[in-house]
Design a protein around this ligand. Structure first.
Ligand code: GAP
Length: 469
């Protein structure tokens, strides 16, 4: 008897599950860890790669109007002056004078029901004054002390040196690790245009690492200092903006549903306070129960002509577009879809994680869409000391693993092996038993979600999986 029950998901449960099953490990753990940085284990890297592959397939491969790019992480430092990141890419911080914990000032005032989205340190200090007049005091999240500094701005840019004559970080040859992947897209807009294969409206997409000196908030892989983004910048005539913006909002919303996210777990958040260049900004938020509720997963923003105008101004290069039909000349406007791959991994794990009561025992099962499951088929010989079973199982593994990510497992009872595969979300398990080798050349194929088993001829396995995976 199966009794489907979604139990409470806590951050401790997710962290320990992800470590135990090889999804996510804390970075540099043998040295005591490294704050807000994580590594992806054997299952995590498969899940992350699958999500990235599906995104690329839907955002680039299947679209006539989007092309791909892979630009370098290091870029000319003027890029970040032009984009406004050097002067204005800050988070407001408050430090505890007693235990030295550094905290996000906006999050601290938000705990009092204030919307501090995009507030500067000065604006937050005004809010703190108001709260104090009502006898409401901010407290350190670590030691509860009220001995706190005022809010001040803290740059999120990660700085380094290239080709510096000294080993020490100097002001010479400063480079920044990109804080978002889209910068490389703007700088290559002209190169892509000059290939002659695109015309407005069109998009350039890229995935890759980004770095931000985030104030640590203990949010697991939701907010880290090194992370991956999947961004698409769509260049268009401003007259088309509203129509295209609505189309892209719909496309991105449906993408999450297509890969199995439950609709009740996502919602739109409209930014009321916008960056000076933005005309509209919406986020798709996911209900990260382990983090206390809905939080940003992906941003869909209208950026106007800010990016190309700024890079044109700072580089002296013309980045205008001349419409071949109307002969109108203008700087293309941009709308972007900007998703975080690591947050996506977290959201998909969160959504798929299920605890069921099966005959009085708890079965943990990751109900991931088959396309993103890390392992597609697990292959078990019934007994590990029976050579004929192991040999047959290896033969099947060899055949199927050239098409799908497979796992060969011969240790423990079949029940335990099923449970392990359920926990990592493997859609199918195959068991090779004595009937397989002595009688009918058939194997038992077991379905993760229904737990139903059926006999399939070995010769039909390829067809079975091409229909079901
Ligand atoms: N180009 C626009 C841009 O970068 P953003 O809202 O700062 O916008 C986009 O970031 C997405 O990148 C977020 O929705 C989130 O999924 C991801 N992201 C941002 N900062 C992150 C961090 N510190 N750790 C993990 N993911 C992050």
């Amino acid at each position: 008897m199966k009794n489907e029950e979604k139990k409470e998901i806590t951050i401790e449960k997710m962290v320990s599950f992800c470590k135990r099953r090889g999804f996510v490990f804390p970075s540099s753990e043998i040295y005591g860890g490294f704050a807000a940085v994580y590594d992806y284990g054997p299952m995590g890297v498969e899940l992350k790669n699958n999500l990235e592959r599906m995104w690329w397939k839907d955002m680039v491969q299947r679209r006539e109007d989007v092309v791909g790019l892979d630009s370098a992480i290091f870029m000319h430092p003027t890029t970040w002056e032009a984009s406004g990141h050097i002067d204005g890419f800050d988070d407001p911080q408050i430090d505890c004078r007693d235990c030295k914990t550094r905290m996000r000032a906006d999050h601290m005032v938000e705990a009092f029901g204030i919307n501090a989205d995009k507030m500067t340190a000065d604006e937050i200090n005004k809010q703190i004054e108001k709260l104090e007049k009502e006898d409401k005091k901010l407290k350190c999240i670590n030691c509860q002390s009220e001995n706190l500094t005022p809010a001040k701005n803290f740059s999120l840019m990660v700085k380094s040196n290239l080709g510096s004559p000294t080993d020490k970080l100097s002001e010479e040859n400063v480079v920044y690790l990109r804080p978002e992947t889209c910068g490389g897209i703007y700088l290559n807009y002209k190169n892509v245009m000059d290939t002659g294969r695109v015309k407005l409206p069109f998009g350039i997409a890229q995935t890759g690492k980004a770095f931000r000196n985030e104030i640590i908030a203990r949010q697991f892989i939701f907010r880290t200092r090194e992370f991956e983004q999947m961004e698409m910048q769509y260049f268009l005539n401003p007259k088309e903006m509203d129509k295209k913006y609505e189309e892209w909002k719909e496309t991105r919303w449906n993408w999450y549903l297509e890969y199995g996210i439950k609709e009740e777990n996502i919602r739109w958040y409209k930014h009321e306070k916008l960056s000076h260049y933005a005309a509209q900004a919406y986020d798709i938020e996911y209900n990260f129960e382990a983090l206390g509720g809905f939080k940003e997963l992906e941003g869909i923003h209208q950026r106007g002509d800010w990016d190309l105008s700024q890079h044109s101004k700072f580089s002296g290069q013309k980045l205008e577009y001349r419409d071949p039909i109307t002969e109108e000349t203008f700087i293309p406007h941009i709308m972007e879809t900007s998703a975080g791959l690591n947050r996506m991994v977290f959201a998909f794990l969160h959504d798929a994680y299920t605890e069921e009561d099966v005959d009085g025992e708890t079965r943990v099962v990751l109900k991931l869409d088959k396309r993103i499951a890390p392992v597609k088929v697990a292959i078990f010989p019934l007994q590990k000391n029976k050579e004929e079973l192991v040999e047959k199982a290896r033969e099947i593994y060899k055949e199927l693993s050239s098409h799908y990510m497979c796992e060969f497992d011969e240790s423990g009872s079949i029940g335990k092996r099923y449970r392990r595969q359920d926990e990592i979300g493997t859609p199918y398990c195959i068991t090779i038993d004595f009937e397989t080798v002595e009688k009918d050349d058939s194997v038992t194929v077991r379905d993760r979600d229904t737990m139903k088993q059926e006999r399939v001829k070995v010769k039909d396995l390829k067809q079975f999986f091409s229909q079901n995976l």
